[in-house]
Ligand binder design. Structure first.
Ligand code: S3P
Length: 441
């Protein structure tokens, strides 16, 4: 896949930011709803599906595999084919920028007698796939090329063998791929995780009628799925994405006089480490009206401009805020004192090497920052100069994080390309403008 010409954007000092709003649906849950809808019998109806490039690519992927996903009115419908019921696609499937789409679909495809060529953009084609392919190969998946990067052709089999796998990295994508493969495998498949990662796959599998059990043994969680169960088409309501809300909440904390409320945001504890950290820094961030919707905890999140202090963010918290570190690092630049973020090895294999890219972006804007080993240290200041040009490396979260910086820094901040924001949060600019942010193309 080729990329269009880069489109830069500049964020200018703004504010105060004010408003009550919603953010689009959660990306992780949106991918999973489409996939489980495809593997269920009958029709699945999804409300609030995130209509971003990554998720649309997953909708196209399940359609290409014989389970059409399309929008009717406000609702997405997937016509499921039942467990093991997907069919041979006609051509290669393009996953664009999405690691989640690619890795989870490897698990979905594995228990089917199909040959699938998977391709992606320049960023995705650099990302490691062995973490998912190695365990799937042990279950019986064949991979034509002897490498672990896209483009790849995988050959599934209806004779996959059940498996017990201990995750070597804390990754919900790896966990999910194995559970999804296990769903189509005769017998029980177990994934063992040391650190809790997002559990949307487990929750949604149960919602569709699969038998998924969890047990704690020696401090580790054993998640077991009973294979070849029939899933039934369901109604799914997707809550607001806390990883998208993070940019607006951070902006409200940094821009003087701001107060915003974002309604209906997912607050599953495996996703809220960023908000916990903001509160520890002294941020006035509260969850209001906490409730459960569609098997997931949801709240309205209110944030007000706050004086912040640096903190140490422990490594154990990383899985629950893995996508929010670039944003947190920018927040830390405005805090009083030093912020140390530990245990960030996984940050190096995201849409870009976010550890290095974030440090570079801060330095380009006059902030002292050090990336050493798996730790990022940011030295906060009460005078964030800004004025820098930030390289986003085809990474949506890099672009959005540094645009937020420009709203509160002395001088404007420019990011080199906002094209990739559409992969996760196409409404970013319009929602930010609605609460009072100034941007200049
Ligand atoms: C995701 C898991 C995380 C996260 C990604 C979405 C998911 O990746 O960074 O944006 O939906 O399962 P890892 O599992 O690789 O940490």
């Amino acid at each position: 896949m080729t990329h269009p010409a880069p489109s830069p954007l500049t964020a200018l000092r703004s504010g105060p930011l004010r408003g009550v709003l919603r953010v689009p649906g959660d990306k992780s849950i949106s991918h999973r709803a489409l996939m489980l809808g495809a593997l269920a019998t009958g029709t699945t109806r999804i409300r609030g599906l995130l209509e971003s490039e990554d998720v649309i690519n997953t909708a196209r992927a399940v359609t290409a595999l014989g389970a059409p996903a399309r929008k009717t009115g406000e609702t997405w419908e997937v016509l499921g084919r039942g467990t093991g019921g997907l069919s041979q696609p006609e051509g290669p499937i393009d996953f664009g920028n999405s690691g989640t789409g690619t890795r989870l679909m490897m698990g979905v495809i594995a228990p089917h007698d199909v040959n699938v060529t998977m391709v992606g953009d320049a960023s995705l084609s650099k990302r490691p796939m062995a973490r998912v392919l190695s365990p799937l190969k042990e279950m019986g998946l064949a991979v034509e090329e002897n490498r672990d990067r896209l483009p790849l052709t995988i050959r599934g089999t209806s004779q996959l063998t059940p498996f017990v796998y201990k995750l070597p990295v804390p990754s919900a994508q790896v966990k999910s791929a194995i559970l999804l493969a296990g769903l189509g495998t005769a017998g029980s498949t177990t994934v063992i995780e040391k650190e809790a990662t997002r559990d949307h796959t487990e929750r949604m599998l149960r919602h569709f009628g699969a038998e998924v059990t969890t047990a704690i043994k020696d401090g580790e969680t054993h998640i077991t799925i009973k294979g070849q169960a029939e899933l039934e088409g369901r109604e799914v309501t997707v809550p607001g994405d806390p990883s998208s809300a993070a940019f607006l909440i951070a902006a409200a904390l940094l821009v003087p006089g701001s107060e915003i409320t974002i309604e209906g945001v997912l607050v599953n504890p495996t996703r809220t480490g960023f908000y916990t950290t903001l509160q520890e820094m002294g941020g006035d961030v509260v969850f209001l009206n906490e409730r459960e919707e569609g098997g997931e905890p949801v709240a309205d999140i209110r944030a007000r401009f706050s004086k912040l202090s640096g903190v140490t963010v422990p490594a154990e918290r990383a899985p629950s805020m893995i996508d929010e570190y670039p944003m947190l690092a920018v927040v830390a630049a405005f805090a009083d004192g030093v912020t140390r973020m530990e245990g960030l090895a996984e940050l190096k294999v995201k849409e870009s090497d976010r550890l290095a890219a974030t440090a570079d972006g801060l330095i380009a804007n006059g902030i002292r920052a050090e990336a050493e080993g798996d730790t990022l240290t940011v030295y906060g200041t009460d005078q964030v100069l800004g004025g820098g040009l930030v390289a986003t490396h085809l990474d949506h979260r890099m672009a959005m994080s540094f645009l937020v910086m420009g709203l509160a820094s002395e001088n404007s901040v420019t990011v080199d390309d906002v094209g990739m924001i559409a992969t996760s949060f196409p409404e970013f600019r319009s929602l930010m403008e609605r609460i009072g942010s100034n941007f200049r193309a």
